[in-house]
Design a protein around this ligand. Structure first.
Ligand code: ADP
Length: 633
């Protein structure tokens, strides 16, 4: 037995010696076992390629070689010893690092020349890579199929190197109406057969993709039913490898609705822009932080800045330094509360041009939301011209009123002389009489003399008062409002007219409610109104006529009434009374009443004619007791 074992060992040693180097050349892990399933030899690859190397495997029992539980190999070896040759399916084990290891095993009986089985040969092929790739491909395919069919808006197809369809996803079927079966192996020309597209469009674009790797364009595509749709088409060259054949991937995205929406949006934006550019008011849009987002053409003209210079900058550059703090505070409050008292209202503000000059403008604010952000749109109307015109008009009216009064002076010269003459005559008489008494040393009643001299003093004061009224009447007046006592105002206004009227025995009286409040008015202008009305009244009444000026308080207004006992205004003339140049007088201008109307309205009041059932005319005007500050800027 011992000898036989020895001769067996010798035989094996010889075999290993001879076959070993040869076996090592085979690119597989090979192990040879004897009939007791003891290892006779292993190839080098056995130790390097398999995850279960053991030290000095020769002479060890097979179980020790597959110590990590891979007992199935032992059963294969046993079958080989019985003369069977077999190959296993790929199987895997996990090595101690957690790496998955795939291999396929082949076992064959080891026979000598007499066909006697000496042992078994095990060949293990490492197939991890192949299995891995196959698995990956399988997963990829499934994912791709999933992706390809689920991609609702993307028609996806694969083309071979000649442009023939090899894959056509569900979305492509939905988008084009062509099923995969109908298009497989066809070139995709049918997709691009639209009137104005070149016949060889498909081939041309494939050529571009072939050359540059990719082609992209927006084009018209045809459906099976002959209708068209707009699509973004992308063709990508696929450089094939062992697994994937060369060809092209083609993706279509239907953009018909999107494009229509974009077009209509663009059209709307364009329309809006041209409307905004056309309106003469400047438009400046800011965000809640005050940064300028939009600046219209009119704004460029109004402020002297080109749009590019103001975009993104703070609105405060368009206002004088002094207003900026208030503006910042206002915006901060708006950001906090989301409210602004200026929204929807018109305010008068001062703007500052690029060159530093300032100008008044009316600002109308509106709130807007767009792109998820809050915006404020400001429409600005330049008031420079209007205000200059108004100021000029006011100046002209003032001049006109002044000239009217100077003219009046001519006609009233006799009255004035008469008025002044009276007190001066009285003073002269008293002073002369007193001088005479004194020079005669005839002072019988010194008390009476003193009283006479006091009367002379009062008369000279009256003369001074007459001169004061004259000065007031003729003054041009300052451009400002002052607090005036209404009675004093009216009495001063009518003084000379009333004095002149007395020559015609016309009574002209001012009657007031007691304790009327003072009013804030432009004295000269309001007196001009009273003079105009009183003059018309005096002109209209005959001798012995009456003209009454009454002032009464009515809620927030003072009511001035000028009535006379004349014939009144014929009904057919009433509607045109306040129109310029409407006169019935030979030397009339028809400007008195229009001037009255503009002055009263500028003071926040109204003026009208009140026809009465009795004879005579009544003109009424109101003045507010407290004058509102219109400019709340
Ligand atoms: P003018 O006095 O220069 O005519 P006005 O504007 O002051 O201009 O008056 C316009 C016209 O209104 C007068 O010509 C006159 O016909 C009529 N009118 C104005 N006041 C009276 C009045 N108190 N009574 C009758 N008619 C009047």
């Amino acid at each position: 037995m011992g000898q036989r074992a020895n001769s067996g060992q010798r035989a094996r040693a010889r075999l290993v010696q001879m076959a070993g180097p040869l076996i090592d050349q085979i690119p597989a892990a090979i192990a040879l076992f004897d009939t007791n399933l003891r290892c006779v030899m292993v190839s080098q690859q056995w130790q390097t390629q398999l995850p279960f190397p053991v030290e000095a495997p020769v002479d060890r029992p097979a179980d020790e070689l597959f110590a990590n539980g891979f007992s199935v190999l032992r059963s294969y070896l046993e079958r080989a010893l019985l003369g069977e040759a077999l190959s296993s399916d790929p199987a895997h084990i996990v090595d101690k690092n957690g790496t998955i290891f795939w291999f396929r095993s082949h076992v064959t009986p080891w026979r000598d020349g007499t066909d006697k089985v000496h042992g078994a040969m095990l060949l293990c092929e490492n197939v991890t890579r192949e299995i891995g790739q196959a698995l990956q491909i399988k997963v990829l395919n499934e994912q791709l199929a999933l992706y390809i069919d689920k991609a609702e808006n993307f028609a996806f197809c694969l083309l071979d190197a000649n442009g023939k369809v090899t894959l056509w996803n569900k979305a492509a079927e939905r988008m084009t109406g062509w099923s995969e079966l109908e298009v497989l192996s066809r070139t995709a020309d049918f997709l691009f057969e639209c009137q104005d597209q070149a016949a060889d469009w498909n081939e041309q674009k494939l050529a571009v993709a072939r050359e540059q790797g990719e082609f992209q364009d927006r084009i018209w595509c045809a459906r099976k039913d002959g209708t068209f749709f707009r699509a973004d088409v992308t063709i990508v060259r696929i450089d094939g490898d062992d697994l994937l054949p060369s060809g092209f991937g083609q993706i279509l995205r239907d953009v018909t609705t999107e494009e229509a929406q974009t077009r209509s949006l663009e059209a709307n934006v364009g329309l809006l822009r041209s409307i905004l550019e056309t309106i003469p008011d400047a438009l400046v849009v800011i965000d809640a932080e005050g940064c300028i987002l939009m600046f219209s053409k009119a704004a460029e003209k109004m402020f002297g800045y080109p749009t590019s210079e103001v975009l993104g900058r703070n609105l405060s550059i368009l206002m004088p330094e002094s207003d900026r703090k208030a503006h910042e505070a206002h915006l901060a409050r708006y950001r906090q509360t989301g409210r602004s008292h200026s929204m929807g209202r018109k305010r008068r503000l001062i703007g500052q041009r690029k060159d530093g000059t300032e100008f008044p403008h009316a600002l109308h604010l509106a709130e807007a939301f767009g792109g998820g952000q809050r915006m404020i749109a400001g429409f600005m109307h330049d008031l420079s011209a209007e205000e200059a015109a108004a100021a000029q008009l006011e100046q002209l009216q003032r001049e006109l009123a002044h000239i009217a009064r100077l003219h009046e002076m001519g006609t009233l010269a006799t009255t004035i002389a008469h008025e002044l003459n009276q007190p001066l005559m009285t003073v002269t008489n008293i002073v002369q009489t007193a001088a005479e008494i004194l020079s005669n040393g005839d002072i019988l009643n010194p008390k009476a003399l003193a009283e006479a001299l006091a009367e002379a003093g009062r008369e000279s004061i009256r003369a001074g008062d007459i001169l004061r009224r004259l000065r007031v009447f003729l003054s041009r007046g300052d451009l400002e409002k002052t607090l005036e006592d209404p009675r004093q105002l009216a009495e001063d206004a009518v003084y000379f007219e009333a004095a002149a009227a007395r020559f015609r025995k016309i009574v002209c009286k001012v009657e007031c409610e007691p304790s009327l409040p003072k009013i804030l008015v432009d004295r000269v202008q309001i007196q001009q109104v009273i003079v105009n009305l009183v003059k018309n009244a005096i002109q209209s009444v005959g001798n012995d006529g009456k003209v009454a000026i009454t002032i009464a308080s009515e809620r927030s207004d003072l009511l001035f009434t000028v009535s006379d006992t004349g014939p009144g205004v014929p009904p057919e003339r009433v509607s045109r009374l306040f129109e310029p140049f409407s006169t019935t007088k030979v030397d009339g201008m028809g400007l008195g009443l229009p001037i009255c109307k503009s002055i009263i309205e500028a003071h926040g009041g109204t003026i009208w004619y009140e026809p009465s059932s009795e004879t005579g005319a009544t003109f009424v005007f109101t003045l507010p007791k407290t004058v509102e500050e219109i400019n709340d800027a």
